[in-house]
Design a protein around this ligand. Sequence first.
Ligand SMILES: [Zn+2]
Length: 111
Amino acid sequence: MDKTLVEKFENQLQGLLTELEELEFTSKAATATVVLDQSSVGRLSRIDAMQGQQMAIATECRRKEQISQIKAALKRIQENDFGYCLSCEEEIPAGRLAINPATTLCVKCAK
Ligand SMILES: [Zn+2]
């Protein structure tokens, strides 16, 4: 794959990673607040808080997965292995990578 294109994807991945890690930091603070507040709030708002916390945990799971996918993609860039399908080893079209640079499968194998 074209070097400048790989660099473009690398920048994109780095940006995404920074963004996700910042989000992780803010949401950790939010979850901690919910735990501390539990003794001082009423039952209903406690349920509210717990539902919010569960949603936060689900989002955090997705985010962790995204972060590890991005880190893996950055590693593949360093190893000159970026842009190839992990299943059939064909080159993944740049258009597909533009949508999600962390993708590991070509269109055929992703189905
Ligand atoms: Zn494939």
